[in-house]
Design a protein around this ligand. Structure first.
Ligand code: C2O
Ligand code: CU
Ligand code: CU
Length: 504
């Protein structure tokens, strides 16, 4: 892998160089043309070079569910071809997409808990790829380690045991140094896990159970997606141009690949499985107007499955890679009401996300029970080891630009920063500096102790603002071997904000 990396990396004389944000901006050459949204999201806004469509005009698409190629006693078998194609994202324009089966979002894979799922990927793209099942409890050789790439014309078979509770997982590209541009071009899809416990709940089902993948993009004059890669062929030098070091933010919000879409609903409850698959943008979602009665959102699940009990929210703050499983009850709105999902962290066009139109009456026998699932609550005393990780800018450079690092060290596949024992629980203290960083751990689910949470939840990503500290209890169940943990701002990840642990 890191051939180019080894050329360009120049380690500083040791220790962490922490650039305060204000001077870091000029030092990194933020040359204007966008805001550095330090409070809400780390990054610089790319401006589209074409007129963006009117919001709330495009119907919300729902990604197709992938049919298995075959099912046998041992497993469900799927095939996906990663390829280029075009999509009409902006009305009347063709946008090139690099997608799973050529579509963005990719097809949704649906698995049953405990039933092995085998996905054979074929790479018809001009670049190497690797697929990660985000949230999967997956053996290391199938987890999509960043250097486990397969090249153009090659196939790779991923075997997923799916020995895990019902949850909203997603799959996406994870190629070393190039995850940001490859996901941006379209390599992301849902992978839902269901189980009997979830099926028994009287939550909204079928067409009232809808996945929502939120992303932001910018478009050029021909409708192509703009990404400030140093080498747009994605075959040479990795990384983005200096002014986008903090992250790439688009000015057009897409839900399931459509710009500010609209969805007609009946005056009933709906379940939405919300995923923020953006490279660098985080959102705070609010309903405008809020329902005349009751909360805007009732959360029933988090990254890795159901909560013990529902939690009411007026706003949902969702960082990159996080998932919120929520119910919205439209029954107290009058028929004909427009309900707009706003992003209260956004500005201008990125303040809007999508719209619901309460079009008709419907019948509803769903409800939200007071108890959803049995969630084991980890306690501090179970932790046998404590570790500290600081995610910040500093410790390594690239063309004179200071990189993003973990404990002052850039990613190196050979360096193991933690060696937890299989089956153990560890207390990880995570500190983030300079800008917000959403921190994701592969394989091992965790519970957030600090900052204190409204409910016990199994998470794989924790959303932290600049200067924030978190304490998480991580359970290393499943498999021995090497896995990564990293910042899920994809530009930070590509610019080295990643580290290894090895379960022993
Ligand atoms: Cu969603 Cu390592 O990533
Ligand atoms: Cu992951
Ligand atoms: Cu980061």
């Amino acid at each position: 892998m890191t051939l180019s990396r080894r050329h360009v990396l120049r380690m500083t004389a040791g220790g962490i160089v922490l650039a305060p944000l204000a001077s870091a901006c000029s030092g990194l050459g933020f040359s204007g043309g966008g805001n550095v949204e330090t409070e809400s999201s780390a990054g610089n806004v790319l401006k589209s070079r074409t007129e963006l469509p009117d919001p709330f005009a495009t119907p919300l698409p729902v990604p197709p569910v992938l049919a298995p190629l075959r099912q046998d006693a041992a497993a469900d078998h799927y095939e996906i071809t990663q390829k280029r194609s075009t999509a009409e994202i902006l009305p009347g324009m063709r946008t090139e997409v690099w997608g799973y089966n050529g579509i963005f979002p990719g097809p949704t894979i649906v698995s049953r808990r405990g039933r092995q799922t085998i996905v054979k990927h074929r790479n018809d793209l001009p670049i190497p790829v690797v697929v990660h099942l985000h949230g999967g409890k997956t053996p290391p050789e199938h987890d999509g380690y960043p250097t486990d790439v397969f090249g153009p014309g090659d196939n790779h078979e991923y075997v997923y045991p799916m020995d895990q509770p019902a949850a909203i997982l997603w799959y996406h590209d994870h190629r070393m140094d190039f995850t940001g541009p490859q996901v941006y071009r379209g390599l992301a899809g849902f992978h839902l896990v269901h189980d009997d416990d979830e099926d028994r709940l009287p939550l909204p089902k079928a067409e009232r159970d809808v996945p929502l993948m939120i992303t932001d993009r910018a478009f050029d004059e021909d409708g192509g997606m703009i990404y400030p890669a140093r080498d747009p062929s994605l075959r040479g030098e990795p990384g983005v141009t200096d002014e986008f070091m903090s992250g790439v933010l688009g000015d057009c919000v897409l839900v399931n690949g459509a710009p500010w879409p609209v969805m007609e609903v009946t005056n009933t409850r709906y379940r939405f499985r919300v995923l923020n698959a953006s490279n660098a943008r985080r959102y705070r979602l609010a309903l405008d107007p809020p329902p005349p009665e009751g909360p805007s959102f009732v959360q029933v699940g988090s990254d890795l499955g159901l909560l013990g009990a529902p939690v009411e929210h007026d706003e949902l703050q969702i960082a990159q890679a996080e998932r919120f499983d929520v119910v919205i009850d439209f029954s107290s709105y009058p028929i004909g009401q427009h309900v707009t999902v706003r992003n209260t962290l956004g500005e201008g066009p990125t303040r809007d996300v999508m719209r619901f139109v309460v079009a008709r009456r419907g019948t509803d026998d769903s409800h939200i029970p007071a108890r959803l699932a049995d969630i084991e609550r980890l306690s501090r005393s179970q932790a046998t080891v404590e570790r500290e990780f600081t995610f910040a800018r500093g410790g390594a450079e690239h063309h004179g630009v200071t990189l993003w690092t973990v404990n002052g060290e850039p990613f190196d596949p050979e360096r193991i920063q933690a060696d937890p024992e299989l089956g153990s629980v560890e207390l990880w203290k995570i500190h983030v500096l300079n800008v917000p960083h959403p921190i994701h751990i592969h394989l091992a689910p965790f519970q957030i102790l600090e900052p204190s949470q409204p409910a016990t939840a199994w998470k794989d990503t924790v959303d932290l603002g600049s200067g924030d500290k978190a304490e998480v209890l991580v359970r290393f169940d499943g498999y021995r071997g090497r896995y990564v943990f990293h910042c899920h701002n994809l530009e930070h990840e590509d610019m080295m904000m990643m580290a290894n642990f090895r379960v022993r």
